[in-house]
Write a protein that binds this ligand. Structure first.
Ligand SMILES: Cc1cc2nc3c(=O)[nH]c(=O)nc-3n(C[C@H](O)[C@H](O)[C@H](O)COP(=O)(O)OP(=O)(O)OC[C@H]3O[C@@H](n4cnc5c(N)ncnc54)[C@H](O)[C@@H]3O)c2cc1C
Ligand code: FES
Length: 259
């Protein structure tokens, strides 16, 4: 799908909990967005937030012409977006980057840490359309970080892990039995979340010899390969996460946030 920069109408803003919300945005051609691709949103209303903010596309409803962003409020930009109301407009550059690829067969395991679960909703939908079962493993510090769990039951089993044990398995998601080495049934892991989690998932994938695609969230400025703020080291040299990624095969990465 050709990249575009345009004003789009907010159609919904649903609060999930104190820190997270799901923003629905009307957008032509959103059915062509590949899972794992992202958008860059211009935040209006603050002189402190002049760079666009990147967010993964969480889901699309092509018939209604709407895509959804799952956003955690962490600073001024995301907080201002949290205050958007239906009918207001946002300027969005989309779709950006390269997304996840589909495997020849399943089942697969989709792994999301905190708001890293965002791209898995659209991915699960596409996998289902291709007849591939996708289990989901969602992890976070506590129950309030486990987002949209009910939205994944259509695709396969849903596993949860929290560090404080307030929901699901107690511990890091990488200690959950679903991703541990004994009897791994999966053909591929798909992961998105904090860098430490992605690295740990990648190490498990390598041990169990499962293909693994991870989505990186390096700090970005331009979003289209010009500023070089998002560079990551790979086996084929330094690459821009915004244009060559954000999704990479885990074996390509040198696991540095910047070089
Ligand atoms: C490709 C990509 C996809 C993303 N998808 C999502 C998503 O689906 N949902 C979501 O809530 N967020 C997502 N993010 C992160 C999101 O872009 C940042 O949280 C947002 O830009 C913060 O803006 P802010 O003005 O609210 O906070 P800022 O004031 O910019 O930052 C507040 C705090 O968050 C940290 N931070 C800022 N940007 C990032 C980042 N990219 N990675 C890690 N820490 C960061 C800062 O270091 C600071 O500590 C994504 C980032 C990238 C690069
Ligand atoms: S964000 Fe500017 S090059 Fe990637």
């Amino acid at each position: 799908m050709k990249k575009r920069v345009t004003d789009l109408r907010v159609v919904s803003n649903a609060r999930i909990n104190e820190k997270h919300f799901l923003l629905g945005i009307a957008a032509e051609g959103c059915g062509e967005i590949v899972p794992g691709q992202f958008v860059e949103v211009l935040v209006r209303g603050s002189q402190d937030v002049f760079l666009r903010r990147p967010f993964s596309v969480c889901d699309t409803d092509p018939e209604a012409g709407i895509f959804y962003l799952l956003i955690k409020e962490v600073g001024p930009g995301s907080r201002l977006l949290g205050g958007l109301r239906p009918g207001e407009t946002v300027n969005v550059m989309y779709p950006l980057g390269h997304g996840y690829t589909l495997p020849p067969s399943g089942p697969v395991l989709m792994i999301g840490g905190g708001y890293g679960i965002a791209p898995m909703r659209l991915l699960g939908r596409r996998l289902k359309a291709h007849g591939i079962t996708a289990d989901t493993l969602i992890g976070g510090r506590s129950a309030s970080d486990i987002l949209l769990a009910d939205a994944f039951t259509d695709f396969g089993q849903v596993f949860m892990a929290t560090e404080d044990g307030s929901l699901g398995h107690q511990g890091l998601l990488t200690t959950h039995p679903a991703i541990q080495v004994n009897g791994n049934p999966y053909t591929r892991f798909y992961a998105c979340g904090p860098m430490g989690m992605l690295k740990a998932v990648s190490e498990i994938a390598s041990t169990v010899k499962v293909d693994c695609e991870v989505s990186l969230e390096n700090t970005m400025a331009c979003g289209f390969g010009v500023c070089l703020s998002c560079i990551t080291g790979t086996t084929t040299g330094n690459r821009c996460v915004c244009t060559d990624g954000p999704v990479f095969n885990s074996t390509e990465l040198l696991w540095q946030t910047s070089v």
